[in-house]
Design a protein around this ligand. Structure first.
Ligand SMILES: Nc1ncnc2c1ncn2[C@@H]1O[C@H](COP(=O)(O)OP(=O)(O)OP(=O)(O)O)[C@@H](O)[C@H]1O
Ligand SMILES: O=C(O)c1ccc[n+]([C@@H]2O[C@H](COP(=O)([O-])O)[C@@H](O)[C@H]2O)c1
Length: 244
């Protein structure tokens, strides 16, 4: 059952249709949005661990076409998506979702989540995976409060970001919004289709796309930081070798 502190939130979010569906085994679907410039083993390992811990039926990797609140990516959206496709190949739960690559204009997560809700229905449990660094800036996202009506947030720690040990380091309005949403177990997520925030215990891997781009630009190996197929694609297409 959900934690006692969550009962108010959960009962407010519950409606009889979802209760019935959840009792009969509604699937949990993970969404991992990212610039993925490029995807690396930090993303992949976290995705694998969360899929296992939460019991995801599938995990959709959604490369951002034109990401917000950051500099322009070094590689084109087609290349970034192709690398994600190669990196997840062979994992039966992992899926490449190219909706933000196909969409024109800036990538808003709220649009992707609205679309996924329409496609999958009100009862499916959507879990948006997000690093602690990105979650700290959630209040700057487009229509950010609406996101809690569309998905749960699964936060993963990153070296250097204190959120996992101190959730109260959040900006005030985000802390206030999350106050009644914290879930202390992965099990809680199964009782409502959206609206909770869970800090997932995952292996801390100090890998970033920035460091991978820097390694490649310096002519250094990135072996074991990302899958070989992704490394081969980057080399064949001369990506990141000019720096960035
Ligand atoms: N090593 C990691 N461990 C856990 N989460 C990560 C890791 N790297 C990235 N993430 C998370 O994955 C999502 C997508 O990250 P992104 O594609 O921007 O990678 P990045 O390594 O942070 O890139 P960059 O260095 O270019 O900023 C974000 O929510 C980010 O916080
Ligand atoms: O919707 C927004 O306004 C928004 C603002 C910033 C980031 N995001 C999403 O957050 C995810 C991680 O972004 P990033 O920049 O850390 O790679 C990715 O799916 C982005 O599209 C979304």
């Amino acid at each position: 059952m959900p934690d006692s502190g969550l009962k108010g939130t959960v009962s407010a979010l519950w409606h009889s249709e979802s209760v019935q569906a959840i009792e009969s085994g509604v699937p949990l679907v993970g969404i991992f949005g990212g610039t993925f410039d490029p995807i690396h083993n930090g993303h992949l390992r976290v995705a694998e661990e969360i899929a296992e811990t939460i019991g995801l039926r599938e995990l959709r990797f959604v490369p951002a076409g034109i990401p917000r609140l950051r500099h322009a990516p070094a590689a084109s959206l087609q290349h970034r998506a192709a690398i994600v496709g190669l990196a997840i190949r062979g994992n039966s739960r992992f899926v490449l979702d190219e909706r933000e690559v196909r969409r024109h204009g800036v990538s808003y997560s709220v649009e992707s989540l609205r679309e996924l809700r329409r496609e999958m229905g009100e009862c499916v449990i959507l879990c948006f995976i997000i690093g602690a660094d990105a979650f700290m800036k959630l209040a700057d996202w487009h229509s950010w409060r609406e996101l809690f009506g569309l998905c749960h947030f699964i936060i993963v720690a990153r070296p250097g970001y204190a959120l996992a040990s101190n959730r109260y380091a959040l900006p005030q309005e985000l802390e206030d919004e999350c106050a009644q949403r914290w879930a202390s177990s992965a099990d809680s997520l199964k009782y409502t289709p959206s609206g909770l925030v869970f800090i997932a215990p995952t292996t801390l891997l100090d890998i970033s796309a920035t460091s991978i781009r820097a390694h490649i630009a310096a002519g250094k190996s990135v072996r074991y930081l990302m899958p070989d197929a992704a490394i081969d694609y980057i080399a064949a297409n001369h990506l990141y070798s000019g720096g960035g």
